[in-house]
Design a binder for this molecule. Structure first.
Ligand code: TRP
Length: 452
């Protein structure tokens, strides 16, 4: 038994684990997803609802994923198989693994774009306008394929290093750099003309846009941004030591993710208004701010160009470097789930498993590279439906089959005070009733909106 545990690997330090999980959470969802959702959904009103979703649904589910992972010391499929009996429990895990694989396949293409834009900035600075245009064409299949392969190679490289030497070391280095670059960029954007208009739009609540959709967008965003619902954090939890406080760690990860999303908004929204000040269009024909791909890969590069010279170069490359790093710590976690599944269940060595699974995911990515319009379809199916469904099944399984009391017995290791604390009854109430109810509501509404 102990030999098997040694094989699976463990986090080296408490901070290393928190940073790795925060690295998984902080990604493209924070830096381009969150700010545009805020702009689209009523500014500060959305922020408030988002915070409530993260704390009331995200945090309890994250604690649940960590507890199941650490208790079973397995990948999602093995974990549910170990806790339940019959054919259904492993299916919950398998659903997660599949969603992860599909999310990774399109995430990789977007991650590839973030790297290709580092080159775009450099080529533009050098005056190689042809090369700059080639590398920045989002519909350029061979170019997309090349950068997806590059990104997958980096992800596989880190994963093969193992849990503490690969994932922990890489995220521990990248996360502080990411925060540093982000803060420097915010400070700089604030000195530019037009940024205060953006700040106003970001921070002033606009109640006129408030409707039920806002609440549902916020919950979906919370799931994706916190990396929940497919067993990524369950897998990270399976490498946890028993003396680590799960509740405390989950709280840190949630707060780190929310804070970085908030900081990203402080950068992106004011930057858009600076771009508008420089003559770049930021509002579409429908009267709404441009979102996601147009914003990040069109408006912002336009802004960097308008800055001109070395300044534009430094600012532009730093921004896309920031995005690439955020994406890399997330693709690591997405790939780690199917890799740990293959290692645990099929007894294949880590390096071989990473190459095998990574290669298979890459095949789907290559297809998407040539047909980027598939990204929206994949995102709808696997993010908007797949993740909440996974989260719902996880809560129901934990609360009604494994039983919340057993989870508490796991959580009390590393957190003895839980029995005297309000955390215990509150968490049980949320994981048993409130989270499943809210998630079911989102799911039904998402499906309803899709169909009608
Ligand atoms: N949370 C990441 C982001 O915000 C994406 C991500 C990484 C993810 N791992 C995940 C999403 C697992 C869902 C499940 O970009």
């Amino acid at each position: 038994m102990s030999e098997k545990k040694a094989d699976r690997g463990k986090w080296n330090s408490k901070l290393g684990f928190v940073l790795a999980a925060a690295g998984s959470a902080v990604g493209l969802g924070n830096i381009w997803g969150f700010p545009t959702q805020v702009a689209d959904n009523g500014g500060a009103t959305f922020i408030l609802i988002y915070v409530i979703c993260c704390l009331c649904v995200g945090l309890p589910v994250m604690i649940a994923e960590f507890a199941i992972g650490r208790h079973t010391r397995r990948n999602p499929v093995g974990a549910f198989k170990k806790l339940g009996s019959g054919w259904f429990p492993p299916l919950i895990g398998l659903w997660g693994v599949m969603c992860g694989v599909m999310i990774l396949s399109f995430y990789l293409v977007i991650a590839g774009w973030t790297v290709s834009f580092i080159f775009e900035e450099i080529f533009y600075y050098l005056g190689w306008h042809g090369a700059s245009a080639w590398v920045s064409d989002l519909g350029n299949g061979p170019k997309n394929a090349f950068f997806s392969i590059l990104f997958m190679a980096a992800t596989i490289g880190i994963i093969t290093g193992g849990v503490s030497n690969g994932i922990e070391r890489a995220t521990k280095t990248m996360m502080p750099v990411l925060i540093f670059v982000l803060i420097i960029m915010i400070v700089y954007v604030f000195t530019l003309e037009g940024s205060m208009d953006g700040l106003r739009m970001y921070l002033l609540p606009d109640l006129s846009g408030l409707n039920t959709d806002v609440f549902f967008s916020a919950l979906g965003q919370a799931f994706f941004s916190l990396s929940l619902g497919m067993g990524a954090l369950l897998t990270y939890g399976s490498y946890l030591r028993k003396n680590q406080n799960i509740v405390e760690s989950a709280t840190y990860v949630t707060i780190a993710d929310m804070s970085i999303a908030f900081l990203a908004g402080l950068l992106i929204i004011p930057a858009m208004f600076v771009a508008q000040n420089a003559g770049i269009t930021i509002i579409g024909e429908d009267g709404r701010l441009f979102s996601s791909a147009t914003l990040v890969f069109d408006v912002l590069p336009g802004l960097f160009k308008s800055m001109g010279g070395a300044f534009g170069l430094i600012f532009g490359t730093s921004f896309f470097l920031l995005l690439s790093m955020a994406a890399l710590t997330s693709t690591i976690s997405l790939l780690e789930v199917p890799v740990s599944y293959v290692i645990d269940e099929h007894k294949i060595a880590r390096k071989k498993a990473a190459l095998l699974v990574g290669g298979l995911v890459l095949l789907v990515s290559l297809l998407i590279s040539f047909m980027p319009s598939m990204i929206d379809v994949f995102a709808t199916i696997f993010n908007n439906i797949g993740l909440p469904l996974g989260g719902l099944m996880l809560c129901l399984f934990l609360a009604w089959f494994w039983k919340a009391e057993h989870a508490i017995t796991e959580i009390e290791q590393g957190y003895e005070g839980i029995h005297q604390s309000m955390v215990k009854p509150v968490w049980i109430l949320f994981v048993k009733y409130i989270c499943p109810l809210l998630i079911a509501l989102v799911l039904v509404t998402t499906l309803y909106n899709l169909i009608f």
